[in-house]
Design a binder for this molecule. Structure first.
Ligand code: GTP
Ligand code: MG
Length: 200
């Protein structure tokens, strides 16, 4: 995929703030600090388009990135961050759920998990939820640069088993810092996003 343009189009917490057109969207879900915003930057070859942080809880709104004027990446707030109040956590959960439930533009969901760790109960819930609603899921195992390449397969197996990954869903190791598997993921994303555009 050749990226000609990528811009933050808008930020929203409620449906009335979402872009009001039919462009296809790919949404990124996962625990706080797993690397969602870093993933978006790496895929778009930008250093600081999506704001990242060493501290979890950076992205607190739904951020819509318009790419090549024809589709969007949607950065969701991370879940599972213990350091915020219960009411604040519920608010983020509601923001995410409302988007995932109501958004016709949504074509598939990318679930990011840290390759080093067993998926959390919330990751498992999120994956099952994605499947219950009939979406394709792409599982991206982030921070692969933090373990030896020889360990990847063992960790990916744990992820596959813990999430009970269904046959057609991909699990792809990824590293934002090393730009690992950027092209492979574009090959997976492209037909989900472009075909829709051609069909109108
Ligand atoms: P929230 O916005 O809080 O939900 O977090 P996020 O999922 O958007 O995470 P973010 O992209 O802000 O990254 C969190 C931290 O992980 C930052 O310090 C990143 O530099 C680091 N990080 C992200 N991806 C990678 C990676 O592939 N490798 C390494 N080594 N660090 C990474
Ligand atoms: Mg973020």
């Amino acid at each position: 995929m050749k990226i000609i343009s990528s811009d933050l189009q808008t930020m929203a917490v409620a449906p009335k703030g979402y872009p009001d057109d039919g462009l296809p969207e790919l949404a990124f879900a996962g625990r706080s600090n797993v690397g969602k915003s870093s993933f978006i930057n790496a895929m778009l070859n930008r250093t600081n388009l999506a704001r990242t942080s060493g501290k979890p809880g950076k992205t607190r709104t739904i951020n819509f990135y318009l790419i090549n004027e024809i589709f969007r990446f949607v950065d969701l707030p991370g879940y599972g961050y213990a350091q915020v109040s219960k009411s604040e956590r519920k608010k983020w959960g509601d923001i995410i759920e409302l988007y995932l439930r109501k958004r016709d533009n949504l074509k598939a969901i990318v679930l990011l998990v840290d390759i080093r760790h067993k998926p959390s109960a919330q990751d498992v819930d999120m994956y099952h939820w994605i499947k219950t609603f009939g979406y394709d899921a792409i599982i991206v195992a982030t921070k692969a640069d933090k373990i030896a390449r020889g360990q990847w397969e063992r960790h990916m197996k744990i992820i596959r088993e813990e999430l009970e990954i269904e046959g057609n869903d991909f699990v792809v190791p990824f590293s934002s810092s090393k730009k690992l598997n950027v092209d492979k993921l574009w090959d997976i994303f492209e037909p989900m996003l472009i075909q829709e555009t051609l069909e109108g």
